[in-house]
Design a protein around this ligand. Structure first.
Ligand code: DQA
Length: 147
């Protein structure tokens, strides 16, 4: 499967950004860990990070022929970007939303995700394992879809 992994704003600062919340791994370390995990074996990955809403939408559109599935941590955009939500709905590629922290147990403004209802799965609060569990969910979904 071809898996597009999208990380939104401020996730480029992982490792130094509020490590007590987001951990000490850099984004590169986290993505390499995901790609080389046993769940990642046999799949092709493209990794994309941007701090800009339109660039994330362009990446979703530009990769729509290549990607079989999307793992997205929209970061703060999860809470208010109808444009990213609509981009995911437009391309009809199965997407799983992931968050390092438990957005449902944090500040009120983080508890809503406007992206969730266009995703086939949602994993939050497991730290870097949110990405791993998200990948497993996505692959399971894609296998069922291709049966
Ligand atoms: C986050 C949670 C968001 O609320 C926050 O804005 C982020 C990171 C997470 O992975 O826990 O940037 O998406």
């Amino acid at each position: 499967m071809n898996i597009l992994v999208i990380n939104g704003p401020n996730l480029n600062l992982l490792g130094i950004r509020e490590p007590e919340l987001y951990g000490t791994d850099t984004l590169d370390e986290l993505m390499t860990w995901l790609e080389t995990s046993s769940a990642g074996t046999g799949h092709s990955f493209k990794f994309y990070q941007s701090n800009h809403e339109g660039d994330i939408i362009d990446a979703i559109q530009d990769e729509r022929q290549w990607a079989d599935g999307i793992i997205i941590n929209p970061a703060a955009y999860a809470h208010y970007s109808y444009a990213i939500r609509d981009a995911l709905a437009s391309v009809t590629i199965p997407a799983v939303e992931v968050h390092l922290t438990d957005i449902h147990g944090r500040e009120e403004f983080r508890q809503l995700s406007v992206i969730s209802n266009v995703c086939v799965g949602h994993v939050t609060g497991l730290g870097k394992n949110s990405y791993l569990e998200g990948l497993k969910l996505l692959v399971q979904h894609l296998k069922l879809q291709h049966k």
